[in-house]
Design a protein around this ligand. Sequence first.
Ligand SMILES: NC(=O)c1ccc[n+]([C@@H]2O[C@H](COP(=O)([O-])OP(=O)(O)OC[C@H]3O[C@@H](n4cnc5c(N)ncnc54)[C@H](O)[C@@H]3O)[C@@H](O)[C@H]2O)c1
Length: 358
Amino acid sequence: MKIIKPKLSVGIVGCGRIFKKHYYAISRNKNLVLKSICDINSQKLSNLNFVKNLDKINKYTNLTLFLKKEKLDICVICTPSGLHPKHVNLASNYVKNIILEKPMSTSLRLAYGMIKNTEKKKCNVFIVKQNRLNKPVIFLKDILAKKLLGKIKLITTRVRWSRNLEYFNQAKWRGKWKSDGGVLANQSSHYLDLLLWLINSKIKSVSALSTKIVDKIEAYDTVIGNVKFSNNTIANIEVTTGSLPKNLEGSISVFGQKGTVVINGNSVNILEHAYFKNKKIDKKNIYSEFPKDVYGFGHQRFYSEVSKIITNKLNNTFSLKSSIQCIELIHAMYRSSKLNKTINLSSKKNKSFDKMEA
Ligand SMILES: NC(=O)c1ccc[n+]([C@@H]2O[C@H](COP(=O)([O-])OP(=O)(O)OC[C@H]3O[C@@H](n4cnc5c(N)ncnc54)[C@H](O)[C@@H]3O)[C@@H](O)[C@H]2O)c1
């Protein structure tokens, strides 16, 4: 007789723009069931006409009550970025698994605190890093693991997206240092995560310059910078949301002594060039995909990875600890641009900042 495993119950906190991606990813996963939702704005809870059987889903406007009553297997946090540490710390008192939208925090001090607290409570936190699961990115990670590009000397990332004042005015938290963290924390954190994940080496030093194209917002929407890694790879980063009037690019390029790979598209979705060990990959289309928006197909794949990790008690490859270097890099880039000097990340004093700032 086949044993039917019970589905993992899921609750989502924050029913704003990204909620839809989470809803579809959960509803298409046969191991998961959406049991409840929570938003401080009650209108957001009812304006969800795409949700099947919405009347059967429990709804809350108070997070503590939601956590206390629901006894969930997984709590998903999709609230504004500056609230992530507070909401993770609260949820870790009631659940064993949390899915947290990126970025993990806009404060380094709170990010370290969150790691310590959730480890103490034995609560698993999975940060949404859906771009790692894009077809061309999986292809690149695999050839790097097989060392087919030889020694990697240079990695670059470019984000040229378009976010106008209307976008920033959609919610009070957008474009602010404390609640959003500017272009590096918000729109570019996936790309910085990929860069660090692919190179897999400690950061030695960082230098950067910043500016604003939409000058009415508080935080920077444009940053360029360089990174030196312990393994002597160098990186170039160029990110902006001031590419008018539309998104143009979200790319990663890796240059090794035996080959080069370029992943392009609006969100690292197209394998544009792959050459290694005297071999050029011609069937590039099988490693490319064409999603309708910049968030891609990855949320669904991400949920399927997370449910596998939880069910089979595997190692959490999306953990807070494995993401802390990304937050350190973001702080160091802003700090470098503020002080107009190179930031040495081997020094402990450069790892204790409370907030991102200009
Ligand atoms: N993975 C991705 O590609 C991706 C894409 C977009 C957004 N995000 C991230 O998702 C998060 C949310 O972004 P969004 O665009 O959906 O924002 P949003 O402003 O559209 O939605 C946030 C929701 O959280 C609710 N909220 C605020 N405080 C709350 C509280 N205490 N309890 C319950 N609900 C509360 C708000 O009322 C709002 O409905 C951000 O951290 C953002 O960076 C990730």
